[in-house]
Design a protein around this ligand. Sequence first.
Ligand code: ZN
Length: 402
Amino acid sequence: MAEGYEHRTAITRLQVDDGDQQLLEETVNNWRQGCQIAVNEAWDSCDGKREVQSLAYDEVRSRTSLGSQHAILATHQAATAISSCLEQRRTGKNPTKPEFTAPTVKYDARTMTLFDDYSVSLSTIKNRVRCDLSLPEDPDGYQFEYLADKDWELTESTLTIRDGKFFLHLGFRQPTTSCGQSTAENGTVLGVDLGVENLAVTSTARFFSGKELNHERREFEKRRGELQQTGTRSAHRTLKQVAEREKRYVRDYLHRISKQVVDEARQCDCTTIVFEDLSDIRESIPEADWFHIWAFRRLFEYTRYKAKENGIKTVQIDPTHTSQKCSECDHVARTNRPRRNHFHCERCGTQANADYNAAKNIGLRFVRRGQQSSRRTGTGQCALKSGTLAPDGTFSPYPTNS
Ligand SMILES: [Zn+2]
């Protein structure tokens, strides 16, 4: 994530005409080949973004049907993959050459245009195609928060094809200065981990169980199933009422939890609440279904809204390894988590609830990011159960009388 901007992703289905489907599929295939060609060309000899472009651009153009801008973007994609390998190499690992297998293609402002009627025009290997976004009917859908708000600027987006369906991950950004970035990097942060069993866990060890929500949802589901079976007109009416009641219940529930998260942040004098980036949440929490994904997003937005009213900033960070990493010694291993709930570091022996360990990592990652920024202004700390932890390991207990 670039410094100085807050980033968000809005995911939506795309309605693609039959005639355009194949064209987009071929574009995805060419993109994958283009990225692979760029990596192959640059793998042995490069160490920067501009270099991959100059080493590989001509080859990508001549061996794929990608247009000039998509060829450039493919070299950038390759450069990002290579730099993450270089990063691993610096930490003593021996990464293998990246392979591009995901059915995706990147878009930027030159290759995609978003129109006010919520349709997009997309570059392909031939002509541009125009598709409608298949947005939720609910005007409260989180996507509209970015689409309808001119403060959010459209940046890089990704088209994904899954099971023959087309999805667009629209990237938005907004300068962070509007919400007081400088204090956030120096202040105390509250990390929040999201999940199915525990809906939210804070770095201060507040647990918000998902049990009640999951139970109520099953009850609503049962009731809806019964009414559907009845099939009468009056049952249909009741079904609608039940669906409304369910919606209200879930919203109230999430509002309540978001309020408690913000209260916790206030009690610990936090200036920032840190969540994980929700773009790839389906991969990081495999047991979450569509409902949970929806609930996580709403919980984040409710918290952001309430936090803002209290002068507290809410941000998202890249969640890579936050669930496998030891918050005490930074050791990363899948085997650190012998069971879903339980964290047991195989290096230093630390044992903890896995969600709590992840929440600490999420808070600490944001604090460290402030420290590593080019301005090196960050002197932030992460709020824990009994005190705050600075990135250098200094622990300051809370005053005992509070
Ligand atoms: Zn450890």
